[in-house]
Design a protein around this ligand. Structure first.
Ligand SMILES: [Zn+2]
Length: 407
């Protein structure tokens, strides 16, 4: 007889259906086998002859495991974000380059491992991670060791505005995708660092290999200024780094072209999108591109109000990311949801939870296993504990408790 754990809790928030008071989720080692109110779940299971282990969590709220759609774990050792609140992205990138200069392969791997541990300890079960060359999925991310039980999608970051380097970038991308593990994607870095021909090459390969894509787009006003008038702080930064190539910028260097390129593939994520206009948002909706919103990173840079409500109105799949500890004090996704609830009071709490669970799972292509509490989904579920009998299913949006993964 199969052994079934029955997790009974004050609240069950399946995301795919309304909150359940005094509910239960029944799981086997790898699958959800029942969800509902406590009495009916126990009644149903008692007729199956299964060996039941009933666990009482009288004050807890059970949620799907959280999905963090965008991180850079190589910065997980940082104790505080770089720079100061309201810093411009070009100035912040100069700080990032400084940190990179102090990192070797061992410290990078240690940082990634500490990031994975932090994600797991705050209830995250799947992550979309930007990995930088040189990196190997097995060694740096313990893909085969299954430590912390987090599903990882590793997007290899690619950038250059030097067309002579395109064959080399192509070989690196192919080598990344040829690693023997699941969850491998590609990340054309950003408009200011990625030549449109490199972007096209990456999108072509991603389509050919059915690999997911993630690109930082429309993140700052300085990025738009660079693309529109070849001026501003990004020009100064690129000059300082010795990589400014004015003649490498042409008609195809536009947010519109990048959206069209990403839209050629059905597994594209546009990260940030802080400064997209309404026509571009409509096009993103038509092309079914996922947008990744990083709320606390957005706040760190002091950007204008995020067009979240409009994106949701247009039916865009919006996933949530922490981004890295270089622009965020920690990797706790629940804190991102709490900030959304403070800064977007008109977005319903059930929608906010779905952004950090179901929408993230869709974005990473792992929604068969993650994102909702439904029969047949995986058993990686999240718990938010309280010390009292909460009457509101959304109490945790104003609380301080971290989520954890049910062990
Ligand atoms: Zn990022």
């Amino acid at each position: 007889m199969p052994s079934v754990r029955v997790i009974c809790a004050n609240w069950i928030l399946p995301v795919s259906s309304p909150p359940i008071r005094n509910g239960a989720v029944a799981i086997t080692a790898d699958q959800i086998v029942a969800v509902g109110d406590r009495v009916s779940v126990l009644d149903t299971l008692s007729t199956t002859g299964s060996d039941l282990a009933v666990e009482e969590h009288p004050h807890a709220t059970i949620i799907p495991g959280l999905i963090n759609a965008h991180t850079h774990l190589e910065f997980s050792h940082l104790q505080a974000p770089l720079g100061h609140k309201g810093i411009s992205l070009p100035d912040w990138i100069a700080h990032v380059m400084g940190v990179r200069g102090e990192t070797d392969a061992d410290s990078k791997r240690d940082s990634i491992q500490s990031g994975l541990k932090e994600l797991y300890e705050t209830g995250t079960v799947a992550v979309g991670e930007i990995s930088t060359f040189p990196t190997t999925a097995v060694a740096d991310y313990s893909i085969d060791a299954c430590q912390f039980h987090i599903h990882k999608t590793l997007f290899l970051e690619q950038l250059t505005r030097n067309l002579e380097l395109l064959p080399q970038r192509g070989a690196e991308a192919a080598a990344h995708l040829n690693q023997r593990c699941i969850g491998l994607g590609l990340s054309p870095h950003a408009p200011y660092s990625t030549h449109p021909d490199l972007l096209k090459q990456i999108v072509d390969l991603a389509i050919e290999r059915n690999a997911p894509l993630a690109m930082h787009v429309a993140e700052t006003k300085e990025e738009l200024e660079l693309l529109e008038s070849r001026s501003g702080k990004f020009v100064e930064l690129l000059q300082k780094l010795g990589v400014w190539k004015a003649d490498s910028f042409g008609d195809k260097d536009s947010i519109d072209n990048i959206i069209e390129q990403l839209g050629r593939h059905n597994r594209s994520m546009l990260v940030h999108g802080n400064y997209l206009n309404d026509r571009q948002l409509q096009r993103i909706s038509e092309l079914k591109i996922t947008v990744v919103f990083c709320p606390r990173t957005h706040a760190w840079f002091g950007h204008d109000q995020y067009p979240l409500a409009r994106m949701l109105e247009l039916g865009i799949n919006v996933a949530i990311g922490t981004d890295s500890r270089a622009s965020n004090p920690d990797l706790n996704l629940l804190e991102e949801l709490r900030l959304i609830s403070q800064t977007h009071p008109n977005v319903l709490p059930e929608t906010i939870l779905s952004l950090g669970t179901r929408c993230g799972a869709i974005a990473l292509g792992v929604d068969q296993r993650f994102g909702t509490l439904e029969i047949g989904k995986g058993s990686a579920i999240g718990v938010i504990d309280s010390d009292k009998d909460e009457h509101d299913p959304w109490w945790w949006l104003t609380g301080k408790q971290a989520a954890s993964v049910l062990r």
